[in-house]
Design a protein around this ligand. Structure first.
Ligand SMILES: [Zn+2]
Length: 154
């Protein structure tokens, strides 16, 4: 281990206390979990966001983007909460790439409304996990996006 790595390890350790959040030393974002999986560079557009992700997952991210665009074409694409976001007067739906899945963020109400159709997926707090190993539920993603749009757009 070189000096730089051991220094970083010490930094992580010092931040890993019960009442402190973990702050990424590279981008300064704070997370409740130490070593939280995230991306450090701050992309300004969805194109930039996707370009920063692992080459292997880019086609799938582009696919989700296409599904969302087609489902809610009047929503504006932007980055919000550091995630690709569809916006119409307010945030409608987000997605984000992780190591093993794409997170789709339609909110608590949408996850509850579609709970029957989401049985094969891990869901929590308004989030749906779409693992890279599983086929994308394209029709369902479109339906959820339209539901969110009709509920939240202003
Ligand atoms: Zn970071």
């Amino acid at each position: 281990m070189n000096i730089q790595n051991s220094g970083l390890k010490g930094y992580y350790k010092s931040m890993n206390t019960k009442d402190k959040k973990w702050k990424c030393p590279k981008c300064g974002r704070e997370f409740s979990r130490q070593g939280q999986d995230h991306y450090c560079v701050k992309p300004q557009t969805i194109d930039e966001y996707i370009a920063l992700q692992d080459e292997k997952v880019r086609p799938r991210l582009n696919r989700i983007r296409t599904i969302l665009r087609n489902a809610i074409p009047d929503a504006e694409e932007r980055i919000s909460w550091s995630m690709p976001t569809y916006w119409k007067g307010r945030n409608i739906i987000h997605f984000a790439a992780f190591k093993k899945h794409i997170g789709l963020y339609p909110g608590d109400e949408a996850v509850a409304a579609f709970s029957d159709q989401l049985k094969g997926f891990v869901v929590s707090k308004g989030t749906i996990r779409l693992p890279y190993t599983q086929e994308l539920p394209e029709a369902l993603i479109g339906k959820i996006a339209r539901w969110c749009y009709s509920k939240y757009s202003k």
